[in-house]
Write a protein that binds this ligand. Sequence first.
Ligand SMILES: [Zn+2]
Length: 308
Amino acid sequence: MAWTRFGKKKDMPGGLWIKCEACGSMLFRKEFESKHRVCGSCGYHFTLPARERIELTADPGTFDELFLKLEAEDKLHFVDRVPYAKKLKATQKKTGEKDACVTGTCEIKGHPVVLAVMNFAFMGGSMGAVVGEKVALAVETGIERDLPVILISCSGGARMHEGPISLMQMAKTCAALSKLNDRGGFSISLMTHPTTGGVTASFASVCDVLLAEPGALIGFAGPRVIATTIKKELPKGFQRSEFLLERGQIDRIVTRDRMRDELARLVAYARGLDPVAAYGPWEPKPPAPEAPPKRARGVIKRKAAAEE
Ligand SMILES: [Zn+2]
């Protein structure tokens, strides 16, 4: 697989065809989307928007979104090319999201969990106060409700527009995970392309099990920055999931089509249930039978009372 750096926008929305960032193949958009944005020729895993990730991971109709009202504040009155406050509003309008993380509870093949999924489309999935708070709250929900926590990362790192406030999120998220660990909770970190900067250097790396998608760029500083700093050529595949698996930084690489099964298996294992059964086929539970109308029950009760 030819490695490309992330950030190249060759995926043109609205077009019938998409060019693969890794192998250059032309992919028919419908087929590409039916494969959940994985290249049919080389298996390259494109970045998946948060909502699509949730749809792919959670059992249908089980996702219950939490903390959706949290919104970032421009405490530093930061001005880049565009003032941060203005940029936030524009990104919210463009993406329809309040910030770069979606949190909630759901079931995965019938196993209840807490999910926090980062959205790269929102300012590169950068971690500011809202992302940090939502990840910490998701972990605390896991503690309160005694549920496993799954954190799915896709991020350029800390959000520079929030300066030291964004750096504080690293400590906050790790403190929450440490508390979960002390209480005997279970956490899984899934790192997807790309997971870099302060996200790799905090919550994404300190969960109980660290999973990654194939070919994902995972690191702190980018490879170009490192190469120019140390003035050395970097080894092939540097900072990719396969490279990190070989060196023990991550536990397992899982393809997108098997991810739901793998998460269900790990969660079942952590809950003391049968992990092998959890990996196999799964049928959704039939809907619960509807309760009889309240009035009818009242009538029966009154009738019974009258008979006594
Ligand atoms: Zn490809």
